[in-house]
Design a protein around this ligand. Sequence first.
Ligand code: NAD
Ligand code: TDX
Length: 359
Amino acid sequence: MKTYLVTGGAGFIGSNFIHYMFQKYGDDIRIINLDKLTYAGNLENLKSVEDRENYAFVKADICDWEAVNRIFQENDIDRVVHFAAESHVDRSIKDPEVFVKTNVLGTLVMLNGAKAAWELPDGTFKEGKKFLHVSTDEVYGSLDEDGGYFYETTPYAPHSPYSASKASSDMLVKSYMDTYKFPANITNCSNNYGPYQFPEKLIPLIINNALQGKKLPVYGDGKNVRDWLYVEDHAKGIDMVMEKGRLFETYNIGGHNEKQNIEIIHIILNTLREMLPEGDGRRKLVKDSLITYVEDRKGHDRRYAIAPDKIKKEVGWLPDTRFEDGIRRTIQWFFENEEWMKNVTSGNYQKYYEEMYQI
Ligand code: NAD
Ligand code: TDX
C-alpha cells in the first residue's frame, strides 16, 4: 500500500485530488494531508473523507522543518504531491513576501524532508519514491493573441510575484533532480475550475456575484485569454504522471480550451439562466448589465495556452471534460453547496473584496 503525503490538500485542487484518489484507489492507499489552513484552506472540503482510517490530517506550515521532518520520519512516505502554495496573483501584487516564504522556502523544506528520508548512504534514492511538484503555466510568461503555445521547452519568463515565486520553486526542484538525481516530476498546468474553488478566482467569483445580483468585475478589456482545465481532469493527470511519467521530466497539463475572460462571463450568465428553475428568485438577478469593466490588473498576462502533446504521447492523458459540461457541473455544485459559499465569504473575505474592488 502506497502512502501519499499531499501538501495543501485543504485547498481547491488538493481537496479535489484527495477525493479523486479515494474514489479511484479506495482503501488501497493512505493519504496524509499537510496543510497550514490559511484563508484558502478549508477542512469542510474534506468532510466526506475525514473519518476514513486511511486518511490523516496534519495542521502545519511547510516552512516548519521540524514538523515536515517529523512526518517523513514517522511515516514511510512513497509519494509527495506538493500543492501547498500561495496561489492568487492579485494577492501577490499586494503582498509578495508570503509568496516567497511559502512557495520558495516551503518547497525547499519539502524537498529536504523527502531527500533526508529517501536518500541511501551511497547517495542513490530508495526504489519507487517520487516527489511531484505542482506548478503553473504562468512561469512561461505571456503569449500574444495569435502567438502559439507553451511547451515544456519554452523558456521561463514569469511576470507576477506569484509566477516568479512558482518559477523559483520549479528551479529548486530542477536543481535537486540535476544535482542529486532526486526522484521528481514537475507538472505545469493551466487555469483550473470546478467544485471547492475559492471565490477570489474568476469563475467562482462570477457565479457567486451573479447569483446575488452583484457587479461582475472585468479587468481591462476582458479579452485576456486563459486555457481552462476541469479540476478532476487535472487530478487524473497528476496521478497518471506519478504512475507513468518518466523521472526528472516536466509535463504540461492543459485543457486545450482557450477562452477570453468576457466569453467565460457570458457563458456563466447564460448557463445560470438556463439552469435556475422557473420561479427561483435568483433568475431575475442574473443580468448582463452586471458586467463592470474595472482597472486592469498590473502586469496582466495577455494569453496562456498549453499544447499538452508530451503528456498525451508519453502518459496517455487527455482532458475528458468539455467546458460546456464542466461549467454545468461546477454551477450545479455551487447550487448544492450554498452553505459552503456562505461560510467562505463571511468574515475576512468581505474585507478582502472591499479593498480589492471599489465597485
Ligand atoms: P489554493 O490557494 O486553493 O490552496 C492552497 C492550499 O495550500 C490551502 O489549503 C492552504 O491552506 C495551503 N497552504 C498555503 N500556505 C501553506 C503553508 N505555508 N504551509 C502549508 N499549507 C499551506 O490553491 P490551488 O488553486 O488549489 O492551487 C494548488 C497548487 O496548484 C498551487 O501550487 C498552485 O500554484 C498550483 N496551480 C493552481 C492553478 C489554479 O488554477 N488554481 C493553476 C496552476 C497551478
Ligand atoms: O475579478 C476578476 N476579474 C477578472 O477579469 C478576477 C478575479 C480575475 N479576472 C481575470 C484575470 C485573469 O485574466 O480573469 C482571469 C483569471 O483570473 P484568476 O482566476 O485570478 O486566475 P489567474 O490569474 O489566471 O491565475 C490562475 O491560474 C494559474 C490561478 O489563480 C493560479 O494559481 C494559477 O497558477
